[in-house]
Structure formats: C-alpha cells, structure tokens
Design a binder for this molecule. Sequence first.
Ligand code: FES
Length: 112
Amino acid sequence: MKDPKGRTVIGFEKHVFVCENKRPKDHPRHCCSKKSKYDLKMLFKKELEKKNNVNVRINSAGCLDFCEQGPTVVIYPECVWYSIKNPEKDIPDIVNEHLISGNIVKRCLIKL
Ligand code: FES
C-alpha cells in the first residue's frame, strides 16, 4: 500500500480507536457504550467499506479516559480526539473529511 505521497506503508496508515468500555449503570463516570444506541465501530467500518483503497484500521478500545465527553474516538498517528454525539452525521464526516481528505472535523473535537 502507498500513502498519498507515494511512500510504501507497512501495516495501516491510520488507526481509529473506538471506546467500547462498559461500566455498571450507577458508575459515576458512566461509559461510552451506554451513551449511544449505535455500534460506532460497525458504523465506521461500513462507512469505510464505501471507499476504495483506504488503509485504515478500526479498533475497539477500552476506556480512553474522556468518559464524560464520550462516546470517545481517537485517531492515530494524528492523535486527534473526537466525541461522537451524532453518529449518523459525525461518522461519515470523520471518514470523508479526516480519514480520506486529511481535514480535522472541528465540531466533533473533544474539549480539552
Ligand atoms: S468509557 Fe469511554 S472514554 Fe472512558
């Protein structure tokens, strides 16, 4: 696989880590799994399947420590952190804008 600059890439060009941590209902920090009715990892995968020649891996992750702002996603190697509040809009935008075009989706960024 070649990157956009024509360099050979070993493994994956990018990794998307999707927090799927589960905690008990009464836990004070809550958890990402209970904040969305969607399977976010599958939505990312389905959106990526619509694209050709994309060398991106979607991974499950445990707690990424931004529980209060979750559901949390981080993309490497850029180290960009997103909060997925509206999966049906946010995930296609992150795939198209960030993963395909290389532009950060500012409205989805986690607040630091
Ligand atoms: S439970 Fe998802 S970031 Fe902590």
